[in-house]
Design a protein around this ligand. Structure first.
Ligand SMILES: *Cc1c(COP(=O)(O)O)cnc(C)c1O
Length: 349
């Protein structure tokens, strides 16, 4: 399928790198494709970034039939732009679609859409240190029907946002709060799918944590409320002695691309790495902790508060493995060091 390009006539000024922040500024154009049961996915196109016109009865507004993704395009020092593991995001969206009864997008068209959008917006890929172009693909159910069933119409869109560092404070260890009452997801639910509904369930605990000076919530399992799941929009890793451990994928946590990249890198360094059950009571023994996710890449954790008790990790400083992993992974992403895993995908030549 050929992507038609009808780009914006006027290009908006590019923001100064220092003012980027995360996810508030969008580029001039976006990618869109439509779906109906009769036609399947059709009319892939680049069009100016603009509001959608949807019926108030569009099913996404009522039943949250929606999936999304998040990945970045990075500008190398030689000026070329590359995507990081886009096929992993494409595969994950397929799994999310399956869970939410959304018809999947063809893998080849999806990759073409990502590359074509980034090529169209190439001047929007920033070059200052730690900046990138964040891509947000998503699918929403648009059939106008107040009635519970899978929609027969959808929009697949990709928008792009130039971003600076995720945390305004920089790579400083964050404080996280272990939520003991609310749960994010349970096995059999949608925890493994990247869908807005999972986030709606987390807003309340996130607000309370924010009001108390924490930047993220650490979620426990929904049944026993004692096993670690993940942190906000990140997976989580702990170092115990010589072992690095992260919660196993058991259906209730999101299978992060950054998580998988951390595991592969750590194993390539011959470190002892386990995907296993981690009891919240083990955290007092950890010597390092970090979150992993596309937005922040690696986010060191300096303090965890659980049931009123405070655990300070590595004196609140970034740990050695955390720093090494951050340097190596971001080195590959920004093309500063060789990519032995074949994870980067060039966009322009
Ligand atoms: C997207 C996401 C992650 C991180 O996944 P990456 O592919 O590494 O960006 C972790 N947890 C949740 C809930 C997420 O939505």
């Amino acid at each position: 399928m050929q992507i038609t390009i009808a780009r914006a006539k006027v290009n908006r000024p590019k923001p100064a790198p220092a003012s980027l922040g995360f996810g508030r500024i969008f580029t001039d154009n976006m990618f869109i494709m439509d779906y109906t049961t009769e036609k399947g996915w059709y009319d892939p196109r680049i069009v100016p970034y603009a509001p959608f016109s949807l019926e108030p009865a569009a099913m996404v507004f009522h039943y949250a039939q929606e999936v999304f993704e998040g990945l970045k395009a990075y500008r190398r020092e030689d000026g070329k732009v590359q995507l990081f593991r886009p096929t992993a995001n494409i595969k994950r969206m397929r799994d999310s679609c399956e869970r939410l009864c959304i018809p999947p997008v063809d893998d080849a068209i999806y990759l073409d859409a990502l590359k074509t959008l980034v090529e169209t917006e190439i001047d929007w890929v920033p070059s200052a240190p730690d900046t990138s172009l964040y891509l947000r693909p998503f699918i929403i159910a648009t059939e106008p029907h107040v009635g519970v069933h899978a929609s027969n119409r959808y929009i697949f869109a990709i928008i792009a946002s130039p971003v600076g560092a995720y945390y305004a404070e920089g790579l400083n260890p964050v404080k996280i709060y272990v939520e003991a009452k609310d749960v994010r997801a349970v096995k059999g639910g949608m925890g493994f799918a990247k869908t807005g509904g999972n986030y709606a369930a987390t807003l309340k605990a996130g607000e309370t944590a924010g009001q108390n000076g924490f930047s993220q919530v650490l979620w426990l399992d929904g049944v026993q409320r004692k096993y670690i799941e993940e942190v906000g929009s990140m997976n989580v890793f702990f170092k115990f002695g010589d072992e690095v451990a992260t919660p196993a994928l058991q259906g209730s946590i999101l299978p992060g691309v950054t998580r998988d990249s951390c595991l592969k890198i750590l194993r390539s360094w011959n470190m002892t790495v386990n995907e296993r059950t981690i009891d919240v009571d083990e955290l007092k023994n950890c010597s390092e902790a970090w979150g992993s996710g596309t937005a922040a890449v690696i986010s060191p954790i300096g303090e965890i508060v659980y049931n009123g008790s405070r655990i300070i990790i590595n004196e609140g400083k970034i740990g050695e493995t955390t720093q090494k992993l951050y340097d190596y992974l971001t080195g590959i992403q920004w093309g500063k060091i060789p990519d032995p895993f074949g994870w980067t995908e060039p966009v322009n030549s």
